[in-house]
Structure formats: structure tokens, C-alpha cells
Design a protein around this ligand. Structure first.
Ligand SMILES: *[C@@H]1O[C@H](CO)[C@@H](O)[C@H](O)[C@H]1NC(C)=O
Ligand SMILES: *[C@@H]1O[C@H](CO)[C@@H](O)[C@H](O)[C@H]1NC(C)=O
Ligand SMILES: *[C@@H]1O[C@H](CO)[C@@H](O)[C@H](O)[C@H]1NC(C)=O
Ligand SMILES: *[C@@H]1O[C@H](CO)[C@@H](O)[C@H](O)[C@H]1NC(C)=O
Ligand SMILES: *[C@@H]1O[C@H](CO)[C@@H](O)[C@H](O)[C@H]1NC(C)=O
Length: 399
């Protein structure tokens, strides 16, 4: 029994945070019920956001902008100068600050104070009445985009048991551009800045916006490809289908999943006998935790019913801390008849459950009622002889 008690105690102390909500006693359950809720707190969201931002940056760079930008500008004394920039490449992005905010419309992620470093090739040519032949030159330039703001709003909904992510809104705004030419005259420098600032800015804006759209599509297909069931062994799997849309509050997202153990082949209905009307809800007050998980008692009961069916709940105990207790010699003064009949034979305990344990969860504790038969066997040579049978009803409570 000790191991069973330990098993439940372990579960309850590591991630159980559950409450029966009697206010909803009469509430009707929908067809697709949720027995496990996962609450992602602001801390968890920040963690995911940082991951996404870092992932986005490393998937964006190096980013070669498709545009070759050409422009003619009138430069004093030189006349009309034709300038071309090409191979504009973003090779570094730094995000100064980013945050994630939840609202009715969705999940907003904003990266502000972003800096981009770019390189590009420049080229110019002109001919003037002073010098009748065409003069041209070219080189490389580095460009710094500063104070860029990138924002997007994501929608998250349940689509047949998986999560569907959509991009509701996105935008990128470049505040300031600095162009530094390697070589080139100062007139060229001015001409470049005046002529190209705006166009490089909008090329960067649209390139990043497009890249984000691609990224969200990829993330969405990743979410869609996640399994709805996680196989645990030959006989059991955990149903992780999402039920209903995620619930957004100002500082957390709650995901409701089915959460029951199923048998893989046949659907394992949770019998009404185990069921107590329960509205899964997470009461995660401690915002320093990233994740809160709430499990309905039906989850435990589906596991216990399943493993009972799989004849899993049988233990043969043949090792104990005081091994002398598992030898008839250890009992010779207490049950002399046993020792007389089977002198110095090893013993074992065969513990089997006579019905699935029933788990009850209430606001203050978790309790399991276990119906078990304990059979005491004596092992004589190759023969196993049952010498006693004890029926137990144990109530394990963890508060
Ligand atoms: C898993 O849960 C979903 C949502 O509750 C349900 O529609 C589906 O039938 C379940 N699958 C199995 C195999 O029980
Ligand atoms: C374009 O820019 C990249 C990155 O700076 C550089 O590796 C590549 O050689 C350039 N290509 C041309 C044709 O200049
Ligand atoms: C890139 O931009 C940063 C500002 O974020 C600047 O300090 C740095 O000098 C730039 N690096 C290069 C190689 O231009
Ligand atoms: C699965 O069930 C079969 C019979 O139903 C049983 O023989 C087998 O040991 C079970 N496997 C596990 C891993 O429980
Ligand atoms: C343990 O007890 C169960 C139920 O009485 C019995 O079916 C099973 O064969 C026993 N197992 C062993 C190894 O004695």
C-alpha cells in the first residue's frame, strides 16, 4: 500500500492544484468535456515570448531584401546622378525590449527599440557638361536602423481539438536610419541619405512583416501537427485534445484539454459513479510560477479504471526493508503453526486490487479509496502456496 500512497501523494504535491467548484453544481456539461486545465501565467507567457522573439530573429537573419532601389538626384555642380543600391542584407537584429499583452482581440507581442544592422552595395554614375565621359563608382555601405517597432497580434483558437494560430494584425515601423558609406565622397553620402532613407526603411518594414507572416504560418502548422493523444504504453494513451477555445484574461491564458486516460482502442467513458460535478478551474495565485495545472478527479479515475482493466494493479512484494519478515522463521513465535508447516520458507505478498481505486478530490484534500486483496504466499521450492487472504479497504488522504 505504501507505494500507492506514495504515488498519489507524489502527484498531488508536485502538480495538483485543483478545486471542486460547487457554484456550478447544476451546470450542464457539454459533449466535449475538459478534465484538465493548464494555466499559463504572465511569467510563462514572457518566457514563451522571449523564445519566440529569439527564434524569430535567428530565422530572419541574414535577410536579403529583394529590392534593388534606383534613384536619380540632382547634386550641385555635378548634375543628375544616377544611384543604385542593391543586395540590402539585414545581418543583425537587437531587440531592446519586448512584451506580451493579452486582450479581448488576442495576444499582442511588441518589440520596441529594435536595432537592425544592414549592409548594401552602392553604385553611382553621372556625366556632366564639365566632363563628357561617364563617371561611376561603387562600394559597400553599412546601414543602421534604429528605434524600430515591431508588433503583431495573434489569435488562438481551438480547431477540432488542436490549436489554430492566426495572425490578426502585424506592423513594423522604422523610426530612424543611418547610412555609413565605406569610401565615397561626402556629397554622395548626403545624396544617398536623402534619396534612399525612406525606401530602405519601407523595404525593411515590408521584409520583416512578410517574414513574420511566414513564421506564424510555420508555427501554426507546428501546432496543428501536435498529436491529440499521447501514447503511454501498449494499452493506454492520454487524450490531450483541446476542448473549447483558450480563455484569455489580462494576465494568463487557460487551456482546457480533455486530459483523460483512454484505452486507445475502445473509448473509456468515465462512469457516473466516479464523477462528481466539477468545473475544472485553475486557481493559480502565485504569478511567479509559469504554469498551473488543474486535474479533475475524473483524470485519476480514468487512469485507475484503465489500469485496473489492464490488470496492472497487482503487486508481488518479495523484498522489504526487514527481509526476515518475509520468511516463516520471522513469524515462528507469532504463528508457530506456519513455521512448523513451512520451516524457513520465503514468503511474499500478492496485493491485487479488487476494483478500481476511486479518487475523490475536494477543496482541501485528495483521497483515494482502494479495495485490495492481500494474499500471503509461502514459497516452498517451486511451489507457491497461499496461506492467508486479507481484504482491505484503505482510505488514503492527502491534505
Ligand atoms: C479525446 O477528447 C476529445 C475532446 O473531449 C473527444 O472529442 C475525443 O472523442 C476523445 N478521444 C478519445 C479517443 O476518447
Ligand atoms: C550580398 O551581401 C552579402 C552579405 O553582406 C554578401 O555575403 C554577398 O557577397 C553580397 N553579394 C553581392 C553580389 O555583393
Ligand atoms: C550594429 O548596430 C549596433 C547597434 O545596435 C552598433 O552598436 C554596432 O556598431 C553595429 N555593428 C556594426 C558591425 O556596424
Ligand atoms: C496491455 O494489455 C495486455 C492485455 O490486455 C497485457 O497482456 C499487457 O501486459 C498490457 N501491457 C501493459 C504495458 O500494461
Ligand atoms: C495474485 O493474486 C491474484 C488474485 O487472487 C491471482 O489472480 C494471481 O494469480 C496471483 N499472482 C501470483 C503471482 O500469485
Amino acid at each position: 500500500m505504501a507505494s500507492l500512497a506514495f504515488f498519489f501523494v507524489l502527484i498531488s504535491s508536485t502538480f495538483l492544484s485543483s478545486q471542486a467548484n460547487n457554484l456550478h453544481l447544476q451546470q450542464l456539461r457539454t459533449q466535449d468535456e475538459s478534465f484538465t486545465s493548464i494555466l499559463v501565467s504572465q511569467n510563462g507567457l514572457d518566457f514563451v515570448k522571449d523564445l519566440l522573439v529569439n527564434e524569430a530573429i535567428s530565422s530572419i537573419i541574414p535577410l536579403q531584401l529583394p529590392a534593388t532601389i534606383e534613384k536619380s538626384a540632382r547634386i550641385p555642380f555635378l548634375g543628375n546622378v544616377h544611384m543604385v543600391i542593391s543586395n540590402v542584407t539585414i545581418y543583425k537584429i537587437d531587440v531592446l525590449a519586448s512584451y506580451v499583452k493579452l486582450g479581448n482581440s488576442g495576444i499582442a507581442i511588441v518589440a520596441s527599440g529594435t536595432t537592425c544592422n544592414l549592409t548594401m552595395n552602392w553604385h553611382y554614375s553621372y556625366s556632366s557638361w564639365l566632363v563628357p565621359i561617364e563617371i561611376s563608382d561603387g562600394g559597400r555601405a553599412s546601414v543602421e536602423v534604429e528605434g524600430m517597432e515591431v508588433g503583431l497580434t495573434l489569435g488562438l483558437e481551438n480547431h477540432e481539438g488542436t490549436l489554430k494560430l492566426s495572425l490578426l494584425e502585424s506592423g513594423c515601423y522604422v523610426k530612424e536610419i543611418t547610412i555609413k558609406l565605406d569610401g565615397g565622397a561626402s556629397w554622395l553620402y548626403q545624396g544617398m541619405i536623402n534619396a534612399f532613407e525612406e525606401q530602405i526603411g519601407s523595404a525593411v518594414e515590408s521584409a520583416i512583416t512578410n517574414k513574420l507572416k511566414d513564421g506564424i504560418l510555420k508555427l501554426d502548422s507546428f501546432l496543428q501537427s501536435l498529436p491529440k493523444e499521447i501514447p503511454l504504453d501498449d494499452n493506454a494513451s492520454l487524450n490531450v485534445s483541446f476542448v473549447e477555445n483558450p480563455e484569455l484574461s489580462s494576465s494568463s491564458i487557460e487551456f482546457d484539454i480533455n486530459g483523460l486516460f483512454t484505452d486507445g482502442k475502445k473509448v473509456q467513458p468515465v462512469s457516473n459513479h466516479y464523477r462528481q460535478v466539477f468545473q475544472p478551474s485553475v486557481f493559480c495565485i502565485d504569478q511567479s510560477k509559469m504554469l498551473g495545472i488543474s486535474l479533475d478527479e475524473a483524470v485519476f479515475n480514468s487512469a485507475s479504471a484503465l489500469y485496473y482493466d489492464a490488470e496492472f494493479m497487482e503487486w508481488i512484494v518479495d523484498k522489504v526493508p526487514d527481509q526476515a519478515l518475509l520468511n516463516t522463521a520471522g513469524w515462528r513465535f507469532i504463528i508457530p503453526q506456519l513455521y512448523k508447516k513451512y520451516p524457513n520458507d520465503d514468503m511474499n505478498l500478492n496485493i491485487s486490487l479488487s476494483s478500481p481505486p476511486v479518487i475523490r478530490i475536494s477543496e482541501h484534500n485528495i483521497g483515494a479509496t482502494v479495495y485490495a486483496d492481500v494474499i500471503i504466499d509461502v514459497v516452498e521450492g517451486s511451489q507457491v502456496i497461499s496461506v492467508a487472504c486479507i481484504s482491505l479497504v484503505s482510505l488514503l488522504i492527502r491534505t
